[in-house]
Design a protein around this ligand. Structure first.
Ligand SMILES: [Zn+2]
Length: 534
């Protein structure tokens, strides 16, 4: 009996000692570095159409990583600020407040960008002067992003963790890295420097100063883009922005990659015992793509060059940290529509919207309710902001107030009655605030709506139609704008092809699960448990 009891105790002790071996942390090491790569304007079909041309980083991710073939954004608009905010927060604009690249701020009574912030200063480059509206050259901060990012949560879990964001565009650097980043860096087309904001620091770190002192931008503007001699990158003599043409070139991405390498070395990312996060946004694909469209040879060339730049970046990471110790995720902030010229040549629907929507609405309301300044002009291309003072003052001939909805209904009718506007639907503030039943477009509109920032009427154009007169763009709820790559590779990732539908919102909560940290505050994504090895 005694022997049996002793045996039981022995077994219990043994099992107790075994527990750490089964579940212990030593079996599931954390990545030393998480790298979030976001290629600005990169459709999913760029992976498949140019597959045979990839022999670098994209090829490595496709062969060794997890490839989600059906990742679709589920909000509108599909633009840079929105995609970059979703990437590392998992949050919809309805929660994060990131309703566009810019919007009309009713408190400040002016148009603002997603990251402009006049309480801060630009560090390391030229200082813009405050203008009537916020621009991309203004100082920036993540102040308008209302939710936490993966990086913010990583810092909460371990204050030793470092978070860095890099892009040509301020919003591409600031929004994925978040509020608690050690630094977000972007390109200043006046000085050719990478700059940051006083939100993060008052002086550039030595490694960034050293990078800027190499004056790479001044070299790059003289380079030729082999095969595309009509592209020139030097600004006209005496231009106030000598480097303004560089973002729309292969060299914009080269600058980003080289700066990212120096950040990894300079900040010793992934080499200090804590998990770090580096977000790198390759912006030049977007600038080039806008001009020539997804079917131009330039876009193929940019994609191939991006694949090669990623190989360089991965090589450095392997040398410094070891690829087996990192997790890399690659996605895009949005796709793009074919150019209207291409659509016409292919007998496909699509085109530029030539008629002026604001004019049409303004005159319809003048006719119906009397002359007034009904709209805030130029505040948005895919929505209409009304002047709320005018709405409040609007009276019938017998001096009764006119209900807002009646005004919106007249505007909506005016828009839908003009076929040249190619608007297929109009959603009013009231509909989006109260929730509407409907299909994926209705849900995308609701996911993209934030009451204090969004327009009063949201417009949906027919597929292929866009405002503008040249090139092409992205903003819509259609597959060409919504369908993007989501590729994971590295520690703890089960490689393979995953055909089930997902959203890019799923990236952040999945990474949070892998890192055993809190999920970012506004995340509505699903954890992609199918790709996790544990
Ligand atoms: Zn764009």
């Amino acid at each position: 009996m005694l022997l049996r009891r002793l045996t039981l105790i022995a077994v219990a002790l043994l099992s107790f000692h075994k527990i750490p071996n089964i579940l212990g942390a030593e079996n599931s090491p954390k990545p030393k570095l998480v790298i979030g790569i976001i290629i600005d304007q990169f459709r999913y079909d760029y992976l498949t159409r140019f597959r045979g041309d990839y022999h670098g980083g994209i090829d490595q991710m496709l062969t060794q990583g997890a490839d989600f073939t059906n990742a679709f954004y589920a909000q509108v608009p599909t633009v840079t600020a929105v995609g970059h905010s979703i990437f590392m927060s998992g949050a919809m604009p309805a929660v994060s407040g990131m309703v566009g690249n810019s919007w009309y701020d009713r408190d400040e009574a002016k148009s603002v960008t997603s990251v402009c912030d006049w309480d801060e200063k630009t560090v390391g480059g030229h200082q813009e002067k405050p203008g009537a509206r916020c621009t991309d050259s203004d100082p920036g901060s993540p102040r308008r992003l209302l939710v936490s990012t993966l990086g913010d949560e990583l810092r909460t879990a371990n204050s030793q963790s470092k978070v860095i964001g890099i892009s040509i565009k301020a919003r591409g650097a600031i929004l994925p890295s978040g509020h608690r980043a050690a630094g977000a860096y972007w390109f200043d087309d006046v000085t050719g420097n990478f700059v940051t904001s006083s939100f993060y620091m008052n002086e550039l770190p030595p490694w960034a100063n050293t990078f800027n002192q190499r004056k790479l931008a001044a070299e790059y503007v003289n380079r030729e883009w082999k095969g595309f001699p009509e592209w020139k990158f030097k600004s006209a003599a005496g231009s106030p922005s000598p480097y303004e043409r560089l973002p729309a070139s292969p060299w914009g991405n080269e600058l980003i990659e080289r700066f990212a390498e120096d950040a990894i070395t300079g900040e010793q990312l992934g080499q200090r015992g804590a998990t770090d996060l580096l977000t790198v946004s390759f912006s030049s694909n977007d600038y080039v793509g806008h001009r020539v469209g997804p079917d131009a040879p330039e876009v193929r060339d940019m994609s191939i060059r991006t694949d090669q730049l990623l190989a360089q970046l991965f090589h450095l990471i392997d040398q410094k940290i070891g690829m087996k110790n990192v997790v890399i995720v690659l996605s895009s902030d949005h796709g793009v529509a074919p150019t209207p010229e291409r659509d016409a040549a292919d007998k496909m629907p699509g085109g530029y919207v030539a008629a002026d929507i604001e004019d049409a609405v303004q005159s319809a309301l003048n006719r119906k309710f009397g002359k007034a300044n009904w709209l805030i002009p130029g505040a948005s291309e895919t929505g209409l902001y009304f002047d709320w003072q005018t709405l409040e003052n609007a009276k019938t001939p017998d001096s009764k107030p006119i209900p807002e909805n009646q005004i919106y209904a007249v505007a909506k009718q005016a828009i839908l009655s003009i076929p040249q506007l190619h608007v297929s639907r109009v959603y009013s503030r009231e509909q989006l605030e109260n929730g509407i039943d409907g299909d994926f477009i209705a849900r995308a509109e609701m996911n993209g709506y934030y009451a204090r920032r969004s327009s009063d009427l949201a417009l949906v154009f027919e597929p292929g139609y866009m405002p503008g007169t040249t090139g092409t763009t992205h903003f819509s709820p259609y597959a060409y704008d919504r369908h993007v790559p989501v590729l994971f590779m590295g520690l703890g990732i089960k490689p393979g092809r995953y055909n089930g539908p997902i959203t890019p919102n799923d990236i952040a909560p999945t990474l949070a699960t892998m890192l055993d940290i809190q999920t970012p505050s506004g995340s509505s994504g699903r954890v992609l448990t199918e790709l996790l090895l544990r």
